[in-house]
Design a protein around this ligand. Structure first.
Ligand SMILES: *Cc1c(COP(=O)(O)O)cnc(C)c1O
Length: 463
């Protein structure tokens, strides 16, 4: 065998060293990247070298020349989009997953990763209060987890309408109506596009982006034929949760499949604090969430949960002679996701939950929300700062009088580099958005972040 185990030692040692330096730099470095992709490409976009390079030199080159173009996303002062950091056990376990190099499609082929993902899935169902008989699939993110839930739903509602999707495809099938709040996440449209379901029918929402129950009831009364209803747990801007129990019951009365996009907001279900706001969420048919957001595992990992394993496995399973398929019990990992060959991305979920325990997971979710409240309170106290949303979870939306000033403050905050927050547009106004998703944000970060916005406003006002 040409591989000598010692050949790995030096590049891995160097990678470890660079990793340690990177992690050590995170708390104090500027959050924004110091170079653009075009500037970084000046080093990397060269013709493919004619001959080999020593692996250790490759790692040194990579770490050295990539470093200035990295965003400090793992920082406690990074609040952009909805992006989590990485818990120590999750990151270290991800290294093991790479070293093990298991194709984690089949229980027979990779028993340990299958068992770990099964355990992680069971823990998630328990923590989030979802029915214990659900199937759990580990995807690349919530976009694909939405795709999984909606693919199962598409199959189930067409089946109920007497249409054989697998044999006959979508051409000529009954038209599926997809009902969803106007403020859905764009990835839902993407998933529906992948599924050939077109653009969904948007329903009215309230001033926090919550689906109107009356609008849903009206729409359901008017449709004829198969229906998918998508609810949202965690609005991208306000953090608000769509009403669950009554909307799900009503949708079910119309034979609809109900899917919940809870990319970050589904984690609220772990905390007794949010029990009332999410009441009835467990009665839906499928759910999507991310582990790389609230749970703080490294990129990438999403989670699809489906209440009907028979439908899910018939959607994504295939039977061939060369795959040794486990027909009994929990099913193979690849029957629950779109991929066949796959990374055991559920293993870092297991490690994160193992290290946190139930109390740690609940505390993490509540701490993120408390941090959002503390930021909102501190920022609201600054003259000229408006907090636009009811801060009910981890999201805060700010405005500064005019759209123009808000955009200037956003630019200033980002270029100062102490924090990173995204600009966006919500309910008719330009905003500066904060998403608290990093496990490591502490009171010093909160103080520094409030001060960073105050300073940016001052500079923008005098500019
Ligand atoms: C982030 C997000 C998604 C998409 O998740 P990815 O992990 O980026 O694929 C979907 N819905 C909501 C509400 C989100 O916040």
């Amino acid at each position: 065998m040409a591989a000598n185990p010692d050949d790995y030692r030096s590049p891995l040692d160097r990678a470890h060293q660079h990793t340690t330096e990177w992690l050590r730099s995170v708390p104090t470095r500027q959050i924004r990247p110091q170079k653009t992709a075009d500037e970084i490409a000046e080093h990397f976009s060269v013709p493919l070298p004619d001959g080999p390079t020593d692996p250790t030199a490759v790692i040194d080159e990579l770490a050295t020349f990539a470093e200035p173009g990295l965003m400090a996303m793992p920082s406690g002062r990074f609040y952009g989009w909805v992006i989590g950091g990485t818990l120590p056990a999750a990151l270290a376990s991800d290294w093991l997953v790479s070293a093990w190099d298991q194709n984690s499609a089949l229980r027979y082929a990779s028993p340990s990763t299958a068992a770990l993902e099964q355990a992680a899935g069971d823990w998630l169902l328990e923590l989030l209060g979802l029915p214990s008989g659900c199937d759990v699939g580990f995807t690349t993110g919530a976009t694909m987890a939405n795709f999984v839930g909606l693919a199962a739903g598409r199959k189930a509602v067409l089946d109920a309408a007497g249409w054989n999707l697998d044999r006959d495809g979508l051409s000529g099938s009954p038209r599926i109506t997809v009902l969803v709040g106007e403020e859905r996440h764009a990835s839902l449209d993407l998933a529906l596009r992948y599924l050939g379901l077109g653009t969904p029918t948007p329903l009215a929402v309230d001033n926090q982006g919550r689906l109107s129950e009356a609008a849903l009831a009206n729409a359901l009364d008017r449709v004829d034929g198969p229906v998918l209803v998508c609810l949202q747990a965690g609005n991208l801007h306000s953090g608000a949760f769509d009403p669950m129990r009554d909307t799900i019951r009503r949708a079910h009365e119309h034979g609809a499949w109900v899917h919940v996009d809870g990319a970050f907001g589904l984690w609220a279900a772990a905390s007794p604090r949010y029990r009332d706001a999410l009441d009835g969420i467990d009665t839906a048919d499928s759910w999507a969430t991310d582990a790389h957001k609230t749970l703080n595992v490294p990129y990438d990992c999403g989670i699809a949960v489906v209440a009907r394993p028979d439908v899910l496995r018939s959607t994504f399973g295939v039977h061939t002679d060369y795959l040794i398929h486990d027909d009994h019990g929990p099913g193979d990992p690849w029957e629950k996701v779109p991929e066949l060959s796959r990374r055991a991305r559920g293993v870092p979920v297991w490690a994160a939950l193992r290290s946190l325990g139930r109390s740690g997971a609940v505390e993490l979710v509540e701490r993120l929300a408390d941090t959002a409240s503390a930021l909102a309170a501190g920022l609201r106290a600054i003259p000229g700062v408006e907090v636009l949303n009811d801060v009910v979870f981890t999201q805060v939306c700010l405005a500064f009088g005019t759209d123009e000033l808000t955009r200037r403050v956003t630019q200033q905050v980002i270029s100062d580099g102490t924090v990173w927050m995204s600009g966006s547009h919500w309910q008719g106004r330009d905003i500066l958005r904060i998403s608290v998703s990093n496990w490591s944000t502490d009171p010093d970060d909160i103080r520094a972040s409030i001060e960073a916005v105050r300073h940016a406003l001052e500079v923008a006002q005098t500019a």
